[in-house]
Ligand binder design. Structure first.
Ligand SMILES: C[S@@+](CC[C@H](N)C(=O)[O-])C[C@H]1O[C@@H](n2cnc3c(N)ncnc32)[C@H](O)[C@@H]1O
Length: 270
């Protein structure tokens, strides 16, 4: 995409307190919001290990690895992983797990927009829709650098949020939720959420206003998500240098349903 896309607002996942609260959400087995629950991740890892990698020990790059829930499981199946994330609490947790479980995982605290990914990988993955949170030209640059990081024959796995799910996020009605503690605060607070969908640019914006009792100041967080049609996902991968990808409807290799939440592009560097 040659045009400069609208500004991308991001929730500050890398801010230490935010990242500590986010880690709780990643590890929670009550919901699939930050990371999927373990039972789902196990299925994804089985598919990546069995179908994408044909059970061949591989050097894997996992971007936006969070607390290493995918990387650690892939390492347990014989692969060697490098995970990159800019959340300090997640990287600390991932490193501790690797040390305790003697896993061949190295974790780097870095921003994927600037980080040097290294090279010689057999698989480069970026899962759970985080690619949709970058401005389009930044996403293109990241996928281009994933291509560079792979050896010849290496595979890219990109799991994007589907166009329909980004549109749903931007089109939802305002909501207001009271919590005793959560992602936006350790104490009692209320989160007022409003959203917008701009069909012409394919951009969803969310605004979260966090109100804490006894505090006059309202904290505001904004997040922008960029929607991609199937053809735009193919173009994102092809323009990075890969052959046109195969698209799946999930990280278990399901056939593509167009109303699903997720879309997985897989391509092999020739
Ligand atoms: C939705 S979570 C998914 C985590 C992990 N892939 C999983 O599925 O369990 C997205 C992750 O991307 C990370 N992230 C977002 N923007 C990033 C950036 N610019 N650089 C590095 N990591 C980033 C966040 O910190 C978070 O851990």
């Amino acid at each position: 995409v040659s045009e400069v896309s609208p500004a991308a607002h991001k929730i500050p996942w890398n801010e230490p307190d935010f990242s500590r609260r986010m880690l709780r959400e990643h590890l929670s087995q009550d919901h699939d919001a930050a990371s999927r629950r373990e039972v789902g991740i196990d299925r994804h890892v089985d598919w990546i290990h069995g179908h994408v990698l044909a059970e061949t020990p591989t050097r894997i790059l996992d971007l936006g690895c969070g607390p290493g829930l995918y990387a650690s499981r892939l390492a347990e199946r014989g692969h060697t992983c490098v995970g990159i994330d800019f959340s300090p609490a997640s990287i600390e947790y991932a490193r501790e797990q690797a040390r305790k479980r003697e896993l061949r995982c190295e974790y780097r605290l870095a921003d994927v927009r600037q980080a040097d990914f290294g090279d010689g990988f057999g698989l480069a993955m970026f899962v759970f829709g985080e690619v949709n949170a970058f401005a389009r030209e930044v996403a293109q640059d990241i996928v281009g650098r994933m291509f560079e990081s792979l050896e010849s024959g290496g595979v890219v796995v990109l799991e994007m949020s589907s166009h329909a799910s980004v549109e749903r996020t931007g089109s939802g009605p305002p909501s207001s939720v009271e919590r005793t503690s959560g992602l936006f605060s350790d104490g009692p607070h209320r989160v007022d959420r409003t959203a917008q969908w701009d069909a012409s640019s394919g951009v969803a914006s969310q605004r979260f206003e966090v109100v804490e009792p006894g505090r006059d100041e309202v904290c505001e967080y904004r997040e922008t998500l960029f929607a991609y049609t199937d053809d735009e996902i193919r173009a994102l991968v092809s323009q990075a240098g890969f052959p046109s990808p195969t698209l799946y409807g999930s990280l278990c290799g399901d056939a593509l349903p167009h109303d699903g939440d997720t879309l997985v592009a897989v391509s092999r560097k020739s």
